[in-house]
Design a protein around this ligand. Structure first.
Ligand code: NAI
Ligand code: 15L
Length: 269
């Protein structure tokens, strides 16, 4: 069940893959959904507003945040790559977003962090939110920064944040690794809804995954969020095995949880 918990909810990264998947679903969580991205993506529909903004532009971010009650923050560079674009969108962008949230009294944020914060743990290990970050690149580092920054804004200003370390959120798992990391769009929406509605969120780290039989992540420290995954990658297992070859255990992409990200680069700006 989705509770309409907020008057005006801001969704950043609305033009992206997850933004498009969540646009209709999140309308049930609020009276008005404000959609933002750096790139144009069409007209506002009923009960929607569109405000384009570059996350690196403090004034634009301030205007984007003014008047909203809560934020689902998906915007930014979403893959490994050169440092400077990541610095602008994911690091400076997070600072701009939380400064605007502080100034305008926003009390709760759901931050799309990533499994790449801990991508250098091995696929044979089970980790929880207390394991130290082991980012697998500049992208994972930027998400680790976002988690730390949001913790500071909670400790200092009381802004609650759920750092959702999303695994792989696509219509279906694309390879054998994603049988462990897959998060369905419906489960992602359930997870965000839980983060928006749980009475006390505090600063929480939660791995974003469906109810997959194979898992590397233990969410027992996030029971207070109240998320129960209802989908599972298991229904895709046979098809994924049929179209993929047996893993090469000497390949770092198979050894580490971050998959191919762990061997991306080096990049020059
Ligand atoms: P995406 O790349 O499709 O969407 C990201 C959006 O952010 C794009 O529409 C892009 O235009 C926008 N953006 C980039 N730079 C910006 C800037 N400077 N200012 C404003 N907007 C900017 O990525 P996707 O898959 O939709 O992911 C959404 C979020 O979830 C990202 O933060 C990503 O890191 C995170 N995530 C996604 C996962 C997945 O499996 N899809 C897994 C882990 C994390
Ligand atoms: C991510 O953080 C990316 O945003 C997404 O595109 C996928 O690559 C995902 O991680 C993953 O690890 O599968």
């Amino acid at each position: 069940m989705t509770i309409q918990s907020h008057d005006k909810l801001l969704l950043t990264g609305a033009a992206g893959g997850l933004g498009k998947a969540l646009r209709e679903r999140l309308k049930a969580n609020c009276k008005v959904l404000r959609l933002s991205d750096i790139q144009a993506f069409g007209e506002a529909g009923p009960a929607e507003e569109i405000m384009l903004a570059d996350l690196a532009d403090a004034a634009a971010v301030d205007a984007m945040v003014r008047g909203v009650d809560a934020i689902v923050h998906l915007g930014g560079v979403s893959v490994e790559g050169p440092f400077h674009p990541i610095l602008q969108a994911n690091i400076l962008g997070m600072y701009n977003l939380y400064e605007a949230a502080r100034k305008h009294g926003v009390r709760r944020v759901v931050f799309a962090s990533s499994n790449h914060v801990t991508g250098f743990y091995r696929q044979g290990e089970t980790i929880n939110a207390s394991h130290p970050p082991r980012p697998d690149g500049f992208y994972g580092l930027s998400k680790a920064f976002g988690e730390d920054l949001s913790r500071f804004y909670f400790d200092r200003y009381g802004i609650e944040t759920a750092c959702v370390r999303i695994g792989s959120s696509f219509p279906e798992p694309r390879d054998r690794r994603m049988l462990a990391t897959w998060l369905s769009y419906d489960d992602l929406h359930r997870l965000i809804t839980a983060c928006l509605t749980t009475p006390v969120l505090s600063h929480s780290i939660i791995f974003g995954m469906s109810n997959n039989a194979v898992t590397w992540w233990d969410n027992s420290q996030a029971n207070h969020v109240g998320f129960k995954a209802q989908d599972s990658s298991d229904v895709f297992r046979e098809a994924v095995y049929a179209r993929t070859s047996a893993p090469d255990l000497s390949d770092p992409a198979v050894q580490f949880q971050g998959g191919g990200f762990v061997k991306a680069g080096p990049f020059s700006d």
